[in-house]
Design a protein around this ligand. Structure first.
Ligand code: GLU
Length: 184
């Protein structure tokens, strides 16, 4: 089992997010990452230990008050930096490496990721990873109309599988939203 940490604050939250990941290390992971809002979406990701991520965020001076962090246990796509979370959405027509609107982390498996990927690609979404997770971030982006919580609710209604999700959006920078299935 991997882990998710998320927070919104008036101060720099990166040290707290990284400390949270350190506390989750005992669960095991193959890669890790952190994203914050800092005049747009910024992130650092590593296939090494959380200690290495810590060095990266310090040397790159990654700072922000709104952020999400993740330790990954790969199920879809190799344990590589481009598959590590957080994932960013790209609006249709955006260059593949240009960060978009939504940053998202996910634990679990999306069983219908292939159908969703095909539908999003048909709308012009560009995929950077082989993960099932990346379909969620583009789906949320495609459903976004000014309210991230509503977009995530509409997105999870289309997901089959297991998920815990945290996300933020550069258009609502003081908000983090989360989702998990409600037991029937
Ligand atoms: N299925 C996702 C992936 O392979 C999430 C795995 C996890 O729970 O860490 O990236």
């Amino acid at each position: 089992m991997c882990g998710i940490v998320a927070s919104v604050s008036t101060r720099n939250i990166v040290p707290i997010l990284v400390q949270g990941l350190q506390r989750l290390e005992y669960r095991g992971y193959d890669s890790c990452g952190v994203a914050v809002y800092a005049d747009g979406l910024k992130r650092a990701r590593s296939t090494s230990r959380v200690a290495e991520l810590q060095e990266q965020v310090s040397s790159e001076k990654l700072e922000g008050g709104t952020g999400i962090a993740h330790t990954r246990w790969a199920t879809h796509g190799a344990p590589a930096v481009h598959n590590a979370h957080p994932h960013f959405s790209h609006g249709p027509g955006d260059a593949a490496q240009k960060p978009g609107k939504v940053a998202l982390v996910h634990n679990g498996i999306i069983e219908n990721h292939e159908e969703l990927r095909a539908a999003l690609q048909a709308k012009g979404y560009v995929f950077d990873s082989q993960t099932d997770t990346e379909v969620i971030v583009h789906l949320v982006d495609s459903l976004y109309d000014g309210d991230l919580f509503e977009a995530l609710k509409a997105a999870v209604a289309q997901l089959h599988g297991a998920y815990a999700i945290a996300a933020f959006c550069k258009d609502e920078p003081h908000r983090v939203v989360g989702a998990r299935p409600v037991p029937h």
